[in-house]
Design a binder for this molecule. Structure first.
Ligand code: TEU
Ligand code: CA
Length: 534
């Protein structure tokens, strides 16, 4: 019995709601224009008042900031721009005192090229750290293979000094670590234990599905969709490393959410069920872009339904989200810029089966940024994409529009606090929205949805079933005795329910409504009903 219990993961996190903080843009405490850890400390009462349970901090480690801190030069140091280790410890203590949890980004697919390991590794072929990274013979014009990086450049960078190239799935300043090397793995495992011993509550596992690579002679057969990334997406052999990681997480009671791009919905339960490697994963499929550049709601719906059904059948678990630091703002991408659309979208994802994460500013209805020049953007892939478009003959304006349409920079502009400024500096580190008013009725709705997740076992742990599955704009589902209806469109929607239905009462809604046999849902509306007999 005890053994059995120990083997089973706890499922406390089914009730939790997460909040993602991009510290650089959250709150600046010392007037240098850059958000920092003391800024997060200042805003803890706000986070507590929302009701969220777990905070995910984007990377605050020492970093040259080529890729928003995902290029780490020291895993165990706080970047001075964010504060000190003492600030971090104070933050952790205060988060815990408020009954919340703190998880950190764990970035172990790669390091910065300024990490001491890489600085050593590039010195010579027989350097002690050479094998911490991935090298292959090359010449200036002949790289080891034709694999591409996610950032639109070759996945190899040639180094004349040793006549070899090193491998990177992201920027060239982010060399990939060689997980096949046991010495490297031990260093990483020790680092993970160090953070857990410090008292943090777990990790968001960055790009974790990419840590294993196919043999270098693997041929890419398709350039469509995830085709180009096949040689480093959930490649066989990864299970050994993930099992090692699970053992460490489990021994330390860590809560873990993997960013598992390329792990398909039918395979995801094996990653996250009772015997899975981690508690939950983020899927990266539901942002389906339509030809007009907006998200396709029917695409979103199809992907969400498939993931929910597959994970329920397999006993797996998702982390749910509409926004993060890697994409545009949902009010503009999925919605039509109105607060009504943001509200219907909030209801559509917050009550699904999984652990939702709200991204900073999402609860205020922060929109995309109207970029005017390429210099206003910060993500490393923008510049290369822009230059390519200019070379292909586009005007600056056309190239900028194309690059920024779905840029992740939209989510990285400074937080617009309803009753406070982001910084006292004349200029924040990044362009900031002007004339924005926080949508406080949206914040209130988020509070209500969070409370439902805490108070109703049907919402945290109940079964999910979808209704009107082929309707192009209505996302509707039951969670045991709850019925959730959302119209994710500017058009009205007509629904018919069977006669003699059991009675339902309305729990939340965009307007006061009864559940009736024939219902017309207004544009961007939502209704949460519960069986009256329960
Ligand atoms: O993103 C990784 C990421 O999005 C890829 O794993 C994904 O598979 C790919 O873009 C295809 O859609 C994470 C961070 O969220 C991001 O901010 C970093 O830039 C990146 O890792 C590198 O660390
Ligand atoms: Ca600061």
């Amino acid at each position: 019995m005890t053994l059995e219990r120990e083997k089973m993961k706890t499922t406390e996190f089914h009730k939790w709601v997460g909040y993602q903080i991009y510290p650089k843009s959250f709150k600046d405490s010392n007037g240098d224009g850059i958000g920092d850890l003391r800024g997060v400390i200042e805003k803890l009462p706000y986070l507590k008042s929302l009701g969220v349970d777990v905070l995910w901090l984007n990377p605050v480690y020492a970093s040259p900031q080529v890729d928003g801190g995902y290029d780490i030069s020291d895993f165990c140091a706080i970047d001075p721009m964010f504060g000190t280790m003492a600030d971090f410890k104070e933050l952790l203590e205060k988060v815990h005192a408020l009954g919340m949890k703190l998880i950190m980004d764990l970035v172990v697919n790669h390091t910065s090229d300024q990490h001491p390991w890489f600085i050593e590794a590039q010195k010579s072929r027989d350097n002690k750290y050479r094998d911490y990274y991935l090298w292959a013979d090359a010449t200036e014009d002949a790289l080891p293979n034709n694999w591409r990086s996610f950032f639109g450049i070759p996945a190899w960078t040639y180094q004349a000094a040793t006549k070899q190239a090193y491998f990177h799935v992201f920027a060239s300043q982010q060399p990939d670590l060689n997980w096949k090397n046991p010495a490297l793995r031990e260093e990483i495992y020790a680092m993970i234990r160090w953070w857990l011993t410090l008292g943090i509550d777990g990790f968001r596992l960055d790009a974790i599905s990419h840590i294993q690579k196919a043999p270098w002679d693997f041929k890419i057969t398709s350039l469509k969709g995830n085709g180009p990334w096949q040689p480093f997406m959930n490649v066989a052999g990864i299970e050994h490393y993930l099992s090692d990681l699970r053992a460490i997480f489990e021994a330390n009671g860590a809560f873990t959410v993997g960013e598992a791009s390329g792990v398909t919905s039918d395979k995801a339960s094996a990653w996250t069920d009772d015997d899975g490697y981690m508690d939950a994963i983020f899927e990266l499929e539901h942002r389906v872009i339509a030809p007009n550049g907006h998200a396709s709601i029917s695409g979103y719906k199809k992907v969400i339904m498939r993931w929910q059904q597959d994970l329920q059948a397999g006993g797996g678990w998702n982390a749910l989200y509409l926004e993060n630091h890697d994409g545009p703002r949902s009010i503009d991408l999925y919605g039509d810029g109105t607060v009504a659309s943001a509200k219907a979208l909030a209801v559509s994802f917050m009550l699904l089966r999984g652990t939702p994460f709200i991204y900073q500013g999402q609860e205020l209805g922060m929109p995309n940024f109207p970029f005017q020049t390429i210099e206003e953007t910060t993500a490393p892939e923008n510049q290369a994409a822009y230059e390519k478009l200019i070379l292909s003959g586009l005007t600056e304006k056309e190239a900028l529009d194309k690059v920024t349409k779905n840029s992740r920079d939209h989510s990285r502009t400074p937080m617009k606090w309803p009753d406070d400024t982001f910084t006292t500096a004349d200029r924040p580190w990044m362009v900031e929205l002007q004339d924005f008013t926080a949508k406080l009725e949206l914040t209130e709705l988020y509070r209500a949805l969070i409370a439902l997740r805490h108070d109703e076992p049907a919402i945290s742990d109940g079964a999910i079933d979808f209704l009107f599955t082929t309707h192009p704009q209505v996302l509707a589902y039951t969670r045991d005795d709850f019925l959730i209806l959302t119209n994710l469109s500017t058009k009205k929607a007509h629904l018919s329910f069977p006669p003699n239905m059991v009675k339902y009462k309305q729990v939340l809604g965009s307007t006061r409504r009864q559940l009736t046999e024939n219902m017309t849902l207004d544009a961007w509306s939502y209704h949460v009903f519960q069986r009256a007999d329960s």
